[in-house]
Design a protein around this ligand. Structure first.
Ligand code: ADP
Length: 353
């Protein structure tokens, strides 16, 4: 049930930059694959090309080994859920779920049995007779999933399915989707701009930027080994710092870290440092050791404290310190501190993308 996209290009205007440009990737069978990227990266266009709602200028889309590039939507065996609830307002929940089945000429008894099964699957057994207007946003999206899955799709395509919901419901539905996927095992492609959602839900992530694939791989690789500076900055809320190679090490302001093996003395580098990869140390009273920077701002956010560290160069670095560790640290705004970089991604020269 895998999806293979090969060298797909799609332009909406003859002269402008393509919305999707020479994109190739593979969505493994039975997995949740996320298309992750900022707004305008081409994610929805790519999903619509796979659904058959758009035709590519070149390239191919294969679903389960079958070339579907020019196959009509109805023949692709896919279920789709969009951000806005595309439910029929005048139909009940049951009628909405049955919609795709009615057009497939099944017996009434078979349709009713399948609708019951879908209502159980999305845990809405009690609400079958309601209309969409009588449901919460989260419930409506669950009906949309039931309708998409009722036709036993080979592939489930989800375009920002939780994008219109408030953050608490979003997080709840994220967990719900994972358990739904464990029960159905349907190969799923999810479009999102939310890196946390992508890293948490999926087994495979395709990061997109300006119509192209910036990196594809398991979430751990994307997060721990970003291939380009774009990926490093987009995934992980990192601080971007510039510096130079000195004595084989990358000196970025008052921070020092390992430089890439090919680095030449004096060469420009930029480093991506994640908020939790910096350890702050308060100098002992009377210490003459140089400090790294000054605490410009402190903000408690849930289980950790966000520290804005101002370096002598004027650059700022965001550091996240777990609450308990912060209490032991005992710093206040205005204090000078030392900072150790536990891990950083250092690139030579300018941005890769
Ligand atoms: P994303 O889903 O990553 O936000 P989209 O695929 O929606 O990105 O859009 C990618 C680019 O293609 C954008 O520049 C967008 O304006 C353009 N685009 C998308 N759909 C159309 C369309 N139907 N006509 C013209 N331009 C479009």
């Amino acid at each position: 049930m895998s999806v293979i996209v090969e060298q797909v290009t799609k332009r909406f205007t003859a002269t402008g930059t393509p919305a999707v440009s020479d994109v190739s990737f593979h969505a493994p069978s039975g997995a949740i694959t996320t298309l992750l990227g900022p707004s305008g990266a081409g994610k929805s266009t790519l999903l619509r090309l796979i659904a058959g709602l758009e035709l590519p200028d070149s390239g191919s889309v294969r679903i389960e080994g079958v070339d579907c590039t020019h196959l009509p939507v109805q023949q692709r065996g896919i279920g789709v859920v969009f951000q806005s609830y595309a439910l029929f307002k005048h139909m009940t929940v049951r009628e909405n779920i049955a919609f795709g089945l009615e057009t497939r000429r099944q017996s009434r008894a078979d349709i009713e049995a399948r609708v019951d099964e879908m209502l159980r699957l999305v845990q809405l057994e009690e609400l079958g007779k309601r209309h969409p207007g009588q449901l919460s946003g989260g419930q409506r999206q669950r009906v949309a999933f039931a309708r998409a899955l009722a036709i036993r799709p080979k592939l489930l395509l989800l375009d920002e399915p939780f994008g219109a919901l408030d953050s608490r419901v979003r997080v709840e539905l994220r967990e719900w989707l994972q358990s739904l996927h464990e029960r159905t095992g349907v190969t799923t492609l999810l479009v999102t701009h939310d890196q946390e959602e992508a890293l948490e839900i999926s087994q495979h992530v395709v990061v997109m930027s300006e119509g192209r694939v910036a990196q594809a791989g398991p979430p751990e690789d994307i997060y721990d080994r970003p291939a380009t500076s774009f990926v490093a900055s987009f995934v992980g809320g990192t601080s971007v710092l510039r510096g130079h190679v000195r004595s084989g090490r990358a000196e970025v302001g008052s921070l020092v870290m390992a430089a890439p093996g090919t680095a030449r003395e004096g060469e420009e580098v930029h480093a991506f440092v994640r908020p939790h990869d910096i350890k702050l140390v308060k100098p002992a009273r009377g210490s003459t050791e140089p400090t790294t920077g000054r605490v410009a701002r402190l903000k408690a956010v849930g289980g950790y404290v966000k520290v804005l560290l101002k370096l002598p160069s004027g650059e700022t670095v965001t550091v996240e310190v777990p609450r308990a560790e912060f209490d032991d640290l005992g710093v206040v705004e205005g204090d000078c501190v030392q900072a150790d970089v536990r891990m950083a991604r250092v690139f030579l020269g300018d941005f890769a993308i």
